[in-house]
Ligand binder design. Structure first.
Ligand code: NAP
Ligand code: MG
Length: 489
């Protein structure tokens, strides 16, 4: 079989001249405060931490660290605004504020994209084309639902929960904030949100936008700090619900903490998605989808297609095409519009990824990495793939959250379903085939919340997103994303 396949020429790396995004529109403060009760306030802790640009290790700004008293102030502000006006604000009025936030995000899209890239390390192309437009789209979408809840849940008298604590990760900072805040406001709740320590800045810009939109004081409070600040939100007695996106480990800790309380929860946790290529698939399209599935955003994606299953008859061809395409990826300055692969979000995450790469080698898998010069400073990992991987290898079982792909093969549909489902996670999957019947067969048998067919990593605010098993519970997005924020009779 392999002798019939003509060797493919590696793509010649196109040497584009740098095309750096113009950063003139960005206005940065040296020090960022907590956003509580509609105002930026110094933390009672008097402590600040640095936010770092992971592409060059430069400090961007200092950010306030909220302690228990600060968290209490934020929860009180949210409770007061809930009781005194937000729960009584007519839904149509709520919608106007949410639309206004969406429109200001659009107006400031360029500045937000630059800041997302500076603070988090992702390529400007992704911040500009994915993160920021999707954040705005989410606010637009849920603004539309605010005055239609009785149609969404007919005869069920939907009522808000009250004060919601929201904790988000660093991989899609503004987008995750939008996924959390927009449905909470549309359903009449008030919010205390904590972004991840390494990427607080766009959430604080969002606080400025919320101020500009004249949202009543205290409806949204954004407080910053490390995991311990998140823990204080979780354990605050006056919080009615925790909406968490992050690791399965922290998600489990939170569930334990709230198990003896009446707090409700939504958990969007880790993943180890299977991306499955059948021999009848459009192969070049599938290779592009695999690249997008795992190397997009440096693999910092909960639904990343980190396990690739290829039908044996096309394995060698796919592997060659994949390596060929990997060689054409541009790794480097995230602010350069030519860049495909930016910086790893933090030193700590880089060391986690490198540790898994070592484990993969020690377990006996074969490694292939893009050969390229990496910048001298900052946190970088070239796109990596492992072959000769078995189901028991840790790189095939555990979430790496980096640009590392584990490739396995299969012969039959039954075999690949069993292999794909052999994981404690169940967030997403991808299927590549020419046959609609195969797609429907797999979508009904794969235990994953989101399954893409002949595409990957496509998001839309109208579509529910969320997982099974250790990938969490509850859905965000779409009509499904409203009910976790409502008491429904
Ligand atoms: P993480 O360590 O769990 O942190 C998530 C958030 O929780 C951060 O804001 C973090 O603060 C905070 N936190 C940490 N410890 C806490 C505690 N004990 N109590 C309350 N809050 C706490 O996850 P991450 O490393 O930031 O993000 C990567 C993980 O998120 C991956 O596992 C990924 O799969 C998952 N994720 C899932 C989805 C989804 O929709 N299913 C989407 C995106 C990411 P600090 O950052 O300040 O520590
Ligand atoms: Mg940062």
């Amino acid at each position: 079989m392999s002798s019939k396949i003509k060797p493919l020429k590696y793509h010649e790396k196109l040497n584009f001249s740098p095309s750096l995004e113009n950063t003139d529109s960005l206005s940065l403060k040296k020090e960022y405060q907590l956003f509580i009760n509609g105002r930026f306030q110094k933390p009672l802790s008097n402590k600040y931490f640095a936010s770092i640009n992971p592409a060059n290790e430069n400090k961007i700004a200092m950010v306030a660290q909220a302690n228990e008293k600060d968290v209490d102030l934020a929860v009180k502000a949210a409770r007061n605004s809930y009781e005194s006006h937000w729960s009584k604000t007519p839904p149509k009025e709520r919608a106007k504020y949410i639309y206004r936030i969406a429109r200001i995000i659009q107006e400031k899209a360029k500045e937000l994209a630059i800041l997302e890239t500076l603070d988090g390390g992702k390529p400007i192309r992704e911040s500009r084309d994915i993160d920021i437009p999707l954040a705005a789209a989410h606010f637009f979408y849920y603004a539309g639902w605010a005055d239609k809840l009785d149609y969404a849940f007919p005869n069920r008298n939907p009522k808000p929960l009250g004060v919601v604590g929201q904790i988000i990760p660093w991989n899609f900072p503004l987008m995750m904030a939008a996924w959390k805040i927009a449905p909470a406001l549309a359903t009449g709740n008030t919010v205390v949100l904590k972004p991840a320590e390494s990427t607080s800045l766009t959430a604080l810009k969002l606080a400025e936008i919320i101020q500009e939109a004249d949202l009543p004081d205290g409806v949204v409070n954004i407080i910053t700090g490390p995991g311990s600040t998140g823990e204080m939100i979780v354990n605050h007695p006056d919080i009615d619900k925790i909406a968490f996106t992050g690791s399965t480990e922290v998600g489990k800790t939170i569930m334990r903490s709230i198990s003896s309380t009446s707090k409700k929860s939504t958990m969007e946790l880790g993943g180890k998605a299977a991306n499955i290529i059948f021999e009848d698939a459009p192969l070049d399209q599938a290779v592009e989808g695999v690249i997008n599935g795992i190397y997009f955003n440096q693999g910092h994606v909960c639904c990343a297609g980190s396990r690739l299953f290829v039908q044996e008859s096309v394995y060698e061809l796919i592997l060659r095409k994949l390596k060929d395409r990997m060689q054409s990826l541009v790794v480097g300055d995230p602010l350069d519009k030519n860049t495909d692969i930016g910086a790893i979000n933090s030193k700590q995450q880089l060391s986690t990824i490198n540790n898994y790469i070592d484990i993969g080698k020690k377990e006996g898998a074969d490694i292939f990495q893009l050969s390229c010069d990496l910048p001298a400073k900052g946190y970088w990992c070239p796109p990596t793939l492992f072959t000769n991987v078995s189901q028991s290898h840790r790189i095939a079982k555990e979430e790496i959250f980096g640009p590392v792909l584990a490739v396995q093969t299969f012969r039959t549909t039954e075999e690949v379903i069993t292999k794909a489902n052999n994981t404690p996670f169940g967030l997403s999957a991808g299927v590549w085939t020419d046959k609609g019947s195969k797609v429907f067969n797999l979508t009904s048998k794969l235990r994953a919340g989101v399954i893409w067919a002949n595409t990957y990593n496509k998001f839309d605010p109208t579509s529910p997103f969320g997982g099974y098993k250790e990938s969490g519970h509850g859905r965000e997005g779409g009509l499904h994303g409203l009910s976790p924020y409502l008491n429904i009779e």
